[in-house]
Structures are given as structure tokens and as C-alpha cells.
Ligand binder design. Sequence first.
Ligand code: SF4
Length: 440
Amino acid sequence: MASQVELALQGVITNEMIAAAKADFVTPEYVRDMVAEGKVVIPNNLGRASRSVGIGKGLRTKVNASIGTSTDIADIAMEIEKAKVAQACGADSLMELSVGGDIPRIRREILGAVELPVGTVPLYQAFAESIKKYGSPVDMPVEMLFDVIEEQCADGISFMAIHCGINRMTVERLRKQGYRYGGLVSKGGAYMVAWMLHNDRENPLFEQFDRVADILKKYDCVLSLGNGFRAGAIHDSSDRCQIQELVINCELAEEGRRMGCQMMVEGPGHIPIDEIEANIIIQKRMSNEAPFYVLGPITTDVAPGYDHITSAIGASLSSAYGADFICYVTPSEHLALPDVNDVKEGVMAARIAAHVGDMIKLKDRGLDREMSLARRGLDWKRQFELAITGDRPAEIRRSRMPENDDSCTMCGEFCATRIVTKYFEADIERGEKKLGAEAR
Ligand code: SF4
């Protein structure tokens, strides 16, 4: 079976393209053309039906929620609940990132529990199996990597973050710049570097990149080029090794696309807000606009417990500047394995950030205009319908109801909206048509 890229290049519009177009209010022809050019991907797997989600140029910024066990907490029931909550809260995809317990079983149960496209980082399972079998990740045989990638594709995974862009040059950059304030924080990246140094060998995922892309293409799975050298500290952002890896990943994105594989590039990381735009310009320019998947990004190191907010700030700016896909961050980032409530908070924060960014990137402000009118009209029912935040607004209002329904307990009798609307009623009516025409 051909991949989305190959079919798009033949002019074919697939069911996945039609569904992705419908969800984003664009035409299927537009999605096909963007897929053919490698500017849009649709995470997919020929062996598993999942929701078709378009990621890339001209489409809504999408949100990923990562779940998965750790070696300390490996509770499958909780991970399934987290997956379902993420889906119910509006996440566009899931990443199953378990490193503890029975990893294949957890993956298969998650795949059966949700309709979202599911992604993985196959290096996690490969290194975890190596520790079990050989006592150390650095003793992992090369073939184990490719076996795990194939196994996860066969299970139905729709996108994989694979650290192909780490090579001896990037490691040399790290050495020459005198390491880092925050070290390496990507699990896949750190383990791969340790493996390379211990074995004095090139990264097999870089050396045999064609083999990796071939496996993923066979299943129509998106190859997301992992950002193993992403900064885990503000003071390390945009350093030489991160940019070196980004350059390599952009080259590989082009190569993978030529092979007919759907390709995406991953980005930071921890980053101050004045470096976000530059990272996106560089990635888009060097990859010929491959979809850009940013991890957060987290915009300060000093707000643990609230990193869903530090990352929402970074995500909204990233989206506004052109990032296509954002990975949520939860309040427990840097502190503990997220629980169900953390997942909910993380998804909502990331979705709000994506919307804020899309208001700039896509000039998509119609929903906000509708909400303003509902607020001015003190129409609570309409406000709840328009909110992108689920049941929470109604719950808050119900918990502190005013005496009169035409205000809220924030100002009560001093409701500014009510007073002004009363005296400007005639002007409002006259101006309505004008506002309707102009306020887009
Ligand atoms: S009471 Fe205050 S906060 Fe509430 S609707 Fe009126 S103006 Fe807005």
C-alpha cells in the first residue's frame, strides 16, 4: 500500500485527507497538495483506524498529550484513564511514552482505548529491554532498535519520535561548547549519546536513516525527527548542538520525504520567548516548511508546579509564529509522573495556547467575536456554548450564583455591562450591522 505522500504525489485524495480537511474547514485538494509538498502530515497507520488529524501549513495548531508509566509508577488502569481524559478534553493526539511495566501490553491497551492517533518514542522500549536483558542501555544491540520500531508500527502506532539527527558532529558540538547548564534532558537523546560514547560508534538511526524511513513508510506512520539535544534549561537554548541537530533533522526531513515517508521535525524545549520566532524561521526555512512539533516550549525554569502555564506562553507564541503541533506540559513537569488531573490541566492549557496562536497565524478570530457579543448580551448559555474550556465556566458560575441572572457575583449590582448596554441599546442596534461586517 502506498503512503499518503505517494498517493498525494499521484494526485489521489484519500479518506484521511478528506477527514482532515473537513475538521479544519479547508478543501481536500488543499490537504492533498500540502501532503505532496511535505508541508502537512496526517499521522496514520495502515493497520489501525484512527481519527484523521492534519498537522501543518494552513491548519489549526494541534495538541498532543503524552502519557505513560515510569519505573516507579506503572499503573495501566491510570494510564488508560489519562488517555481517555486527554481525548475527552480535546487533545488531537496521544503519545504513549511508558518506560515501566509491560511496555508492549500498555501500548496495545492504550491503542484499544482511544480513537486518537497514538505516537511513541521507540528508543524508550529498546533501551528498557536492553536494561532488562543485558543490564545496561549501552549494551543494546543495534538490531533491537529496528525490531522495536517494526513491532510498534505493526501494533498500529501513527507517529514516532526517533532521534535520527544525533550524530558524532552534534556530540562534538556539545563537547566543544563545554557541555551545558542543564545537561541533556531528552531521555532518548541522552541514552543514545551514552550508547554512542560507550560503543565509540555512530548513531545507527542516523547511519541507517533510509532503513528507519522505509519501515515507517510501509505503515504510513509519520517519522517525527526527535529533538534529542533540546535545551532543558533556559541558559542552554539555541546553543550550537541544538541548532546542529536541527540542521541535520531538516536535511533528513527532505530525504525522508523524497522516499515517500511523512516527515515532521521536533523543536524546543526550554527557551526564552525572544528566541522562539528565530527557531521557527530556521526550521521552516531549512526544511522547506515541514510541520514543526514543539515540546512545550517552556519559557522559564523557575515556575515548577505551573509549567502548564510557562509552556502555554511558549506554545501560544510558537503557534503564532508558525509552529504546527504542540506537546502539552502538565503542572507536575520536573516533579512527578502526571496524574489524571494534571493531564486535564495540561490539555486545557495547551488547547488555549493553540487557539491564541491560531488567532494570529490563521487570523481566526470569529469565535472570540461571538463570545464578546454573548458577554455584552449577558447571555450565559451562549457563553458556555462558545467556551473552549468544557464544563468549567458553567460550574464556576453555578457555584456562586448572583441574586439576578443578568450579572455575576464579580460586581453584582455594579455590573458595568448591564448599565452600559441599557443606555446604549439604540446605538448598539444601529451599530450591529456595521460591527458584523467589520469585526472579523
Ligand atoms: S457583574 Fe461584572 S464581571 Fe460579571 S458580567 Fe457584569 S461586568 Fe462582567
